[in-house]
Ligand binder design. Structure first.
Ligand code: T5A
Length: 221
C-alpha cells in the first residue's frame, strides 16, 4: 500500500512543530498503527530543511551570512529548490515504501508567504510548485489557525528571530489571509484547527482528525 502524506501549516508560532512532535509520539504509543498493521513509525520531516542538502538551503534562506538583501524571486526559487530535492530524494521514495509522513510546511506556505506575503504572481508560484513537486500533493493538510500577533509573541518568547520572522506585521497578516483563503478553496484537503487553545486541547483535536483519516486510509476495504 502506498504511504500517506500529512502536512502541518500555519503562521509563525502557531504550534505546528509542537504538534508534529506530539502526533509522532502519540501515533507510536496509541496502538492505532499496530491495529491497522502499519509496520513503520511515521517519518517526521519539514520544509525548508528536510534533507542534508535542504538543510544548507534552509540556512541560506533563514540565517544568511551576508547583509546583501535577498530578492523575492531568489527566495521563491530557493524554496522551490529545497522542495524539489525533498520530494525526489525523501518524500516520494518513502511514500512508495508505504510510509506515513508528517511534514512541517509544504506548498501552501509558498502560496501564503511568497504569494500573499511578498506579492509574487500566483500563476508563477503555482507553476513552480508544480515543477518542484512533480504533482505530489498532501493527502491531508492541518492548518493551525492563530492570530498573527499571538503567534509572533509565542515565537518571540522562544527567542532568536530568523529573517522571515523579522518581516513586518502587515506581511504576516497577508500570510494569514493566504492560509484563510486556501482553506476556503480546498475544504476536503485542508482541515482548520483552532490553535489558540492549550497545547493539550490542540493535540486532542489533531489526534481525532488523524485517527479518522488514517483509519479510512489503511483499513482493509
Ligand atoms: N517559508 C517556508 C516560506 O516563506 N515559504 C515556504 O515555501 C516555506 C516552506 C520556516 C520559515 O520559512 C517560511 C515560513 C517560515 O518563516 P521555521 O523555523 O521552520 O521557518 O519556522 P516555522 O515553521 O514558522 O516554525 P516556528 O517554530 O516559528 O512555529 P511553529 O512551528 O508554528 O510553532 P512551535 O510549535 O515551534 O511553537 C512556538 C512556541 O509556542 C509554544 C511552543 O512551546 C514554542 O515555544 N506553543 C504554544 N504556546 C501556547 N499554546 C499553545 N497551544 C502552543 N503551541 C506551541
Amino acid at each position: 500500500m502506498r504511504g500517506r502524506f500529512v502536512v502541518f501549516e500555519g503562521v509563525e508560532g502557531s504550534g505546528k512543530t509542537t504538534q508534529v512532535q506530539r502526533s509522532h509520539l502519540w501515533l507510536q504509543e496509541s496502538g492505532l498503527l499496530a491495529k491497522l498493521a502499519i509496520p513503520d513509525a511515521p517519518l517526521v520531516t519539514r520544509e525548508p530543511g528536510g534533507t542534508s542538502l535542504c538543510q544548507s538551503i534552509r540556512s541560506l534562506l533563514l540565517t544568511p551570512t551576508t547583509e546583501e538583501p535577498m530578492q523575492d524571486r531568489t527566495e521563491l526559487l530557493l524554496y522551490a529548490a529545497d522542495r524539489a530535492q525533498h520530494v525526489d530524494f525523501l518524500l516520494r521514495p518513502q511514500l512508495a515504501a508505504g510510509r506515513l509522513i508528517l511534514c512541517d510546511r509544504y506548498t501552501d506556505s509558498t502560496i501564503a508567504y511568497q504569494g500573499y506575503g511578498r506579492g509574487l504572481d500566483r500563476a508563477l508560484i503555482d507553476q513552480l510548485n508544480q515543477i518542484a513537486t512533480a504533482g505530489l500533493e498532501s493527502d491531508l493538510t492541518l492548518w493551525f489557525d492563530l492570530e498573527v500577533e499571538v503567534g509572533l509573541a509565542r515565537a518571540q518568547q522562544r527567542g532568536g528571530r530568523d529573517r522571515i520572522e523579522q518581516a513586518t506585521l502587515a506581511f504576516h497578516q497577508r500570510v494569514q489571509q493566504g492560509f484563510t483563503e486556501l482553506a476556503q478553496a480546498h475544504p476536503q484537503r485542508i482541515v482548520r484547527i483552532d490553535a489558540s487553545r492549550s497545547k493539550a486541547e490542540v493535540a486532542a483535536e489533531v489526534q481525532a482528525v488523524l485517527t479518522e483519516r488514517i483509519t479510512a486510509w489503511y483499513s482493509p476495504s
